[in-house]
Design a protein around this ligand. Sequence first.
Ligand SMILES: NC(=O)C1=CN([C@@H]2O[C@H](COP(=O)(O)OP(=O)(O)OC[C@H]3O[C@@H](n4cnc5c(N)ncnc54)[C@H](OP(=O)(O)O)[C@@H]3O)[C@@H](O)[C@H]2O)C=CC1
Ligand SMILES: O=C(O)C1=N[C@H](C(=O)O)C[C@H](O)C1
Length: 276
Amino acid sequence: MTIESPIPVIVNGAGGKMGREVIKHVSLSKDMVLIGAVDKNSNYLGKDIGELVGIGNLEIPVINDLESMLITATQEKVPGVIVDFTHPSNVYNNIRTAIAYGVRPVVGTTGGLTEEQLKDLEEFSDKASTGCLVIPNFSIGIVLLQKAAIQASKYFDDVEIVESHHNHKVDAPSGTAIQTAQMLSNSGKIYNTSSKEETETTGSSRGCLASNNVNIHSIRLPGLIAHQEVIFGSEGQVYTLRHDTSNRTCYMPGVLLAIRQVTQLKHLVYGLDKIL
Ligand SMILES: NC(=O)C1=CN([C@@H]2O[C@H](COP(=O)(O)OP(=O)(O)OC[C@H]3O[C@@H](n4cnc5c(N)ncnc54)[C@H](OP(=O)(O)O)[C@@H]3O)[C@@H](O)[C@H]2O)C=CC1
Ligand SMILES: O=C(O)C1=N[C@H](C(=O)O)C[C@H](O)C1
């Protein structure tokens, strides 16, 4: 019987809301070993990440130097994985740098990749034969909502998305809403053509127009975590699909699955639905 080495995992954005959950769950997973915690927030630098997230000393200080962490990962027996929950402004560079070092990225950060950048990363990952997962939403509930929305879109020609998040979110619309609109558009259908030509008295009252004319509306309020409604309408009826996040642990089964799956991949995959 061969005993497989645990997957070495680095968490980037380790001190943030998502990073802290990932640290806890990776530390509890027998087939993974946490080797590093990166965060640029100076409040966390030098502190032990285990102490910071409340699970006891792990002897892993938070550092700000991503590249030196990636070099450390290359010295491990098996290829490492880096989980990124940071900020839209740096995510493209983080992914490229990780792939260049042969460390597989699992990316949850939203709002930071243009279509061109995603395409470039696809090519780069392919050339390097290094797996990469870019996942706008790690919850199973959203995957199921999106599947139901694709079904419903065969019968409804009018649809709008309302996404609501906590007021610390920096990107709008949410990555999940953009992905949902893209999924609804894969059929080629152009939505909402029945609406009258409109005048917006105050700017953007009708939200933004995403793929194939799907409107997305973004709400930001304290007290919210992450919520999405996909609302279909036709003559005499409204059909609403809704997902609510009450706790960030809902993302963790998806994150752990992604860490395991990315080690088996040699190219970039977009979306949790593709690896379930
Ligand atoms: N895919 C999914 O299922 C989910 C995705 N997300 C996405 O994940 C991202 C993070 O969310 P969340 O944890 O709530 O955000 P937080 O702001 O709570 O955490 C992000 C952390 O990363 C740090 N950071 C910012 N820039 C860098 C950098 N260049 N290098 C290293 N660390 C950095 C931040 O520091 P500082 O405080 O100084 O900015 C902070 O400590 C967002 O894009 C969000 O939309 C969130 C939930 C689920
Ligand atoms: O910032 C968040 O919180 C979330 N971001 C992701 C997104 O933009 O879709 C996923 C989830 O909605 C939570």
